[in-house]
Ligand binder design. Structure first.
Ligand SMILES: NC(=O)c1ccc[n+]([C@@H]2O[C@H](COP(=O)([O-])OP(=O)(O)OC[C@H]3O[C@@H](n4cnc5c(N)ncnc54)[C@H](O)[C@@H]3O)[C@@H](O)[C@H]2O)c1
Length: 315
């Protein structure tokens, strides 16, 4: 199988590419990042089943040329930093929505039979309860969530109009080695530079589900091999939660720091657009074969065991 991965130099894509190559696929990773700065995929550069293309995925013509004879596009390019997108709505519009629109045009022109799309729990907004795929009244509260939800809508229409299959996973928080952002990254970065104090955004009680990246990418690979016609959408996650204070304690433990003084910016969310807590009902995904090795807090611990702290603090 020939697989094309957008956002291919990113955190999750780099792990997906590891799985695809191990499974025997030929993989092309496309990302806007210049090759010398693609640290997450440096280990793949000499693999003869792997190629890298520096490409702006919003460029419909360039993307259409690049994807001409691929069997599947795994579309992971996006602005993954929700907080930064909150300062500049154009980021989510271009990097998340317009990349999707370009991918869909390339799929339509090249008659590619399948795409995978990395969506997010942020499409729901601040809705309480166990969210499943049929939960309605979706009201994203971040530009990021809005760009993902509108991308899902475009995928639905393009898939129907052009008879290709589309698989959408709505990820929760994804963590693991090579992470590029998020609460663990933020705490490691802050504590390496100032080991006695830690500023925590919000009140520390934000409580979310975390999934370990290798569990996620294994699921993406297995589900994308199934013959499921049309559009198929799954909430994938662990079934447990971890709050931000617990993550702060585990990061301090990992760095061997004691008596760190925590300060809180206050309020129940980290920043405007942050959903303070959410929970998924993953019955549909489990019935279809979704499995995970690490529960939420185990995923945090394993990430802290595996992550390259020196690299993060050098950024
Ligand atoms: N990490 C999470 O917790 C999480 C949760 C839900 C959904 N997701 C989604 O999963 C996907 C991967 O996320 P990640 O955490 O690996 O983020 P990441 O930032 O590490 O990877 C995203 C990649 O997309 C690339 N990109 C952005 N705009 C581009 C463009 N115009 N052309 C080419 N490349 C472009 C970036 O350079 C980056 O390498 C994203 O779509 C993200 O929204 C991630």
């Amino acid at each position: 199988m020939k697989a094309f991965v957008t956002g291919g130099a990113g955190f999750i894509a780099s792990h997906l590419e590891d799985v695809l190559i191990k499974a025997g696929c030929k993989v092309c990773a496309a990302d806007i990042i210049e090759p010398a700065k693609c640290h997450n995929i440096a280990h793949l550069k000499d693999n003869d089943r792997f190629t890298y293309r520096q490409l702006d995925v919003t460029d419909v013509n360039a993307l259409t040329k690049a994807t001409a004879d691929y069997d599947i596009i795994y579309h992971l390019a996006a602005n993954s930093d929700i907080q930064r997108g909150g300062q500049d709505p154009a980021m989510d519009y271009a990097m998340t929505f317009q990349t999707t629109r370009a991918v869909l045009e390339a799929v339509r022109t090249n008659r590619i039979p399948k795409i995978f799309f990395s969506s997010t729990s942020a499409v729901y907004g601040d809705i309480k309860g166990n969210l499943n795929e049929l939960t309605g009244g979706l009201k994203p509260i971040s530009y990021y969530g809005a760009a993902k939800l509108s991308s899902e809508a475009m995928i639905s229409a393009y898939s129907y109009m052009n008879d290709f299959d589309a698989l959408i996973f709505r990820f929760p928080n994804v963590i693991g080695p090579r992470l590029t952002h998020g609460v663990i990254f933020d705490f490691l970065h802050k504590l390496k530079h100032s080991p006695k104090k830690l500023e925590i955004l919000g009140n520390g009680k934000q409580n979310k589900q975390y999934v370990y990246v290798t569990d996620l990418v294994q699921g993406i690979w297995e589900f994308s091999q199934k013959k499921e016609p049309g559009l198929n959408l799954y909430n994938v996650s662990t079934e447990s939660y971890t709050d931000v204070d617990t993550i702060a304690d585990l990061v301090c433990e990992r760095l061997g720091l004691k008596d760190v003084e925590y300060s809180y910016t206050g309020g129940n969310c980290g920043w405007k657009g942050d959903v303070p807590s959410f929970g998924y009902d993953i019955a549909k995904a489990k019935a279809a074969g979704w499995k995970f090795k690490y529960n939420s807090t185990e995923a945090v611990r394993e990430t802290l065991r595996q992550v390259d702290v020196a690299y993060i603090s050098s950024l």
